[in-house]
Design a protein around this ligand. Structure first.
Ligand code: ARG
Length: 840
């Protein structure tokens, strides 16, 4: 990051940067054309003067001027300076002491005098406030400038360089400053800061000084917590600890508005709001599974709480304590076991700023080292992840930063060095890594060795999923019976063939999908001779060969699509198939649904969903519990979910205001592109039975409509007559547990499941299914929805090019057990109820 600082101290901690002097900035003059230039300039000046006179003299009298319509701006610089000959006195840490007040006002005068020497800054200067002193002696300050609306074009002139130039007069000691006590200043920093964070500790409103102590955990909370904060809140906490300590702050509960420019918490590794020493800025709600927890690199920390929106949220609750600084900065070492785990300092808490660690992994000669990062998050604003010029992990000459889902590396010999670097500003969760020694001749005993060096279970080779992360487990496969051999040598589950997703990567699984010309394609994809159609015998399992025989209006059956004008269309799945079947075209109305704008390729495999892959998926958060249920978008104002998420023993579950909805979400901890809406009403089906889970359906009305985007789209609801034949491959998605008894997932998960025949479903569930339910999954087990997926959608892709929601995740015996498929609410049976309640 660009850093503008002067450093006159001896510790060499700050970079010294030379700025261009004014002379250097002027380009060499050219004599040619000077005369012409002068004349042109005079003419331009005259014209400008004319316009200005008109604007200010005539226009001013006749009403509003341009300038009076522009609102004034406040500019604030924050930073610190080192006071070379002031001895440190403990009383300086107490803002109510006379020592503090005297030195602060002395330093404020010095700063003011310096600023006044720059005629530009002097013109707009308002005030300077010294907010704290710490060992060193370091004084923390901010200076404020007011720019009237008429001078807004001057705002870019307020540069950090200019401010530092002004303060340099104090540093150079050429003091003509008549201050009561002379101060020798040796280091200065200045950073442009959000004026909302400039607080005067001497005006007591929402300003706190806290003392962190070793072995003691103390707490503080945002104002109004947990009922809710008020708009225009401005609070600041200065936390201090004794020397040679680091401060740890955890936020077990963190729930503020989503829109960061208005509402945020900004934490600094300093006692001034200096961007160059920011630890992090956060807004939104954090699930308990991913709490915010930070650490300082020294014995102080500053926390700002800024609220501007009118939306009321609970706020935060924080715990703080101190630990010896050596616990924070001593990291790295020599690792000589055959396997082990190492992490960034303080993991899973944010690592502290300004630390360097080096791990040397040394295994037996002849062996090699493999390192797999199970978590890697070192993201900073304005950092190019190809360069990693700020915080990074360096292995074998390559720097890694940003966020990585799979990073595995192997050494060239028996020693591997891993370096970790964090600079002075912005920190993140860091990393956790597993290392192990391996024999290059047999790198994965009993397992399969990926090209990247990691080992995976043998069964995972050639199973159609990219388990290695580099596809090396999916090439050169001999496909078994259950698998489809792609033209490029990959094997994919047969059920992925002709599902409109290019699973092979070369399109070969989607190539030969339609039936021959003289054949009829049943709803489940089976091709039969054309003459089975309308022979008064059901040949296709789904009866599709007979369903379209009498398309004359008036003849209605259970399988007919009923048009708005009550005509019947006897054709399988007539709605939204891009063919006008009803004379009033109502079968093609309301078909703006079930499409995903993002182009996706499932070839990368794994089970994490890609961004925008399931744009109708919604995460429902309950009070401060984080994600608890799923839902789907059926219109900009309505979501579909499961009744059992809301009708429980706890009446709080049925209170709309206890729920928050997040649309467009992929990772639970990411806010980008996510639209957050409150719930206005919850309508659960009146016949919902909590014993049998019958009628497990609910509608949520949103407080404000959603804006559809690439990652936020409604799903199509099937009409009551829509058929989803047994055997169809559909998809279930959610943040539910990845195994029975597990915790909810951070990343949205997807699983391909098959619609199971009703007779089989009835058998395996021992008669527990009603006609409002359907089974989907695999009788062999292994793939299923699980706890936390409830309320989420089961969707199928239709030939017509649209996705339809067939079911709502409802229940199951355990998860992914053999002969225990997932049970879903059957939407076709409840379609009319949805229509009645919402008009959709
Ligand atoms: N009832 C569960 C929930 O609340 C969902 C169960 C789905 N189970 C299954 N095996 N498909 O999240």
């Amino acid at each position: 990051m660009h850093s503008a600082r002067y450093d006159y101290g001896q510790n060499g901690k700050h970079e010294r940067i030379n700025f261009l002097s004014n002379n250097e900035k002027v380009p060499p003059k050219q004599k040619k054309g000077i005369v012409v230039g002068v004349i042109v300039a005079l003419l331009v000046l005259a014209a400008v003067a004319g316009v200005l006179i008109w604007l200010f003299v005539f226009k001013a009298n006749s009403g509003t001027t341009l300038s009076s319509r522009r609102s004034p701006r406040t500019i604030v610089f924050s930073g610190h300076m080192k006071l070379a000959d002031v001895p440190f006195d403990q009383k300086l840490e107490d803002i109510s002491s006379k020592e503090f007040t005297d030195l602060a006002s002395n330093l404020e005068d010095v700063i003011g005098e310096c600023i006044k020497k720059d005629s530009f800054l002097a013109k707009y200067y308002n005030t300077s406030v010294v907010t704290a002193f710490s060992h060193g002696v370091i004084g923390f300050y901010w200076s404020k400038f007011d720019v009237p609306g008429s001078d807004l074009e001057m705002v870019p002139e307020f540069s950090e360089e200019r401010m530092l130039d002004a303060l340099e007069t104090a540093v150079q000691g050429s003091r003509s400053i008549m201050s009561p006590r002379s101060l020798k200043i040796s280091e200065v920093t200045a950073a442009l800061t959000d004026p909302r964070m400039a607080r005067n500790p001497r005006s007591v409103e929402c300003f706190y000084v806290l003392e962190a102590e070793e072995g003691k955990i103390k707490t503080f909370a945002s104002p109004g917590y947990p009922t809710g904060y008020t708009s225009k809140s401005r609070c600041q906490w200065q936390i201090r600890a004794s020397e040679k300590n680091s401060i740890l702050v955890d936020f077990p509960i963190f729930y503020i508005e989503d829109y960061c420019p208005d509402d945020f918490v900004y934490i600094y590794d300093s006692l001034s709001s200096d961007e160059y020493q920011a630890i992090t800025q956060k807004c939104g709600q954090r699930p308990p599974s991913n709490p915010l927890a930070v650490a300082s690199s020294g014995n102080f920390m500053l926390i700002n709480f800024i609220i501007d929106s009118d939306v009321q949220r609970p706020g935060f609750e924080a715990q703080y304590t101190a630990i010896p600084l050596s616990n924070v900065t001593t990291c790295g070492g020599i690792l000589m076991e055959t396997e082990g785990v190492f992490t960034s300092p303080l993991y899973p808490r944010f690592y502290p700023p300004a630390v360097d660690c080096k791990w040397t992994i040394k295994v037996a000669p002849g062996s090699k080292v493999r390192v797999k990062f199970t978590m890697f998050r070192m993201k900073e604003p304005r950092v190019d992840i190809h360069v990693c010029h700020k915080d990074y992990v360096e292995v074998m000459g390559t720097k890694y930063c940003g966020e990585m889902t799979s990073l595995a590396l192997t050494s060239n010999n028996n020693v591997l060095e891993v370096n970790f670097h964090s600079d002075k500003s912005y920190t993140d969760k860091g990393f956790s890594a597993e290392y192990s020694a391996y024999d290059p001749a047999d790198p994965c005993p009993g397992k399969f060795a990926c090209a990247s060096g990691i080992c995976i279970a043998k069964e995972r080779k050639c199973d159609g999923w990219n388990d290695c992360g580099d596809m090396s487990d999916e090439i050169k496969c001999k496909c078994d019976k259950e698998q489809f051999p792609c033209d490029n040598g990959l094997c994919k589950p047969r059920m992925w063939v002709c599902d409109h997703v290019n699973d092979c990567g070369d399109g070969s699984d989607e190539k030969r999908c339609s039936c021959e010309e003289n054949e009829w394609r049943c709803g489940n994809g089976v091709c039969l001779p054309q003459d089975v159609v309308c022979d008064n015998k059901q040949d296709c399992i789904d009866g599709s060969d007979e369903a379209s025989c009498k398309s004359s209006p008036g003849i209605c059956s259970e399988f007919s699509f009923i048009c708005n004008n009550n005509e019947c269309v006897n054709k399988v799945n007539a709605e939204c198939d891009r063919v006008n079947d009803c004379s009033d075209n109502s079968d093609e109305a309301g078909c703006d649904c079930g499409t995903r704008p993002y182009k996706l390729n499932r070839i990368v495999g794994g089970q994490n969903a890609e961004l925008g892959e399931w744009p109708w998926q919604v995460s429902l958060h309950f009070m401060t519990n984080g994600h608890v249920c799923g839902a789907s978008i059926i219109s900009d104002k309505w979501l579909l979910s499961a009744s059992h998420c809301f009708v429980t023993n706890d009446p709080a579950n049925h209170v709309a205001s206890n729920w928050q909805t997040y649309s467009g979400m992929q990772a639970q901890y990411k806010q980008d592109g996510v639209q957050h809406r409150a719930v206005k009403t919850i309508i659960s089906h009146p016949n919902y039975d909590h014993m049998t889970f019958d009628y497990d359906i609910a509608l949520l009305e949103l407080s404000d409509p959603l804006q559809f985007t690439n990652t936020i789209q409604p799903i199509c609801l099937p009409s009551a007559s829509h058929v989803f034949p047994a055997g169809t491959s559909c998809w279930v998605t959610g943040w539910g547990a990845q195994r029975e008894g597990g915790q909810v997932s951070m990343m949205l998960q997807k699983a391909s499941v098959k619609i199971i025949n009703d007779t089989v479903c009835d058998m395996v569930t021992e008669g527990q299914v009603t006609s409002r339910m359907l089974c989907s999954g695999f009788l062999a087990g292994g793939v299923d929805a699980c706890q936390g997926d409830s309320g989420g959608p089961l969707v199928c892709f239709e030939e017509s090019g649209k996705w339809f929601q067939v079911g709502i995740v409802s229940w199951g015996e355990g998860c992914a057990r053999r002969n225990k498929p997932g049970v879903y609410t059957r939407i076709t049976k409840l379609r009319d109820w949805v229509q009645k309640e919402t008009g959709i």
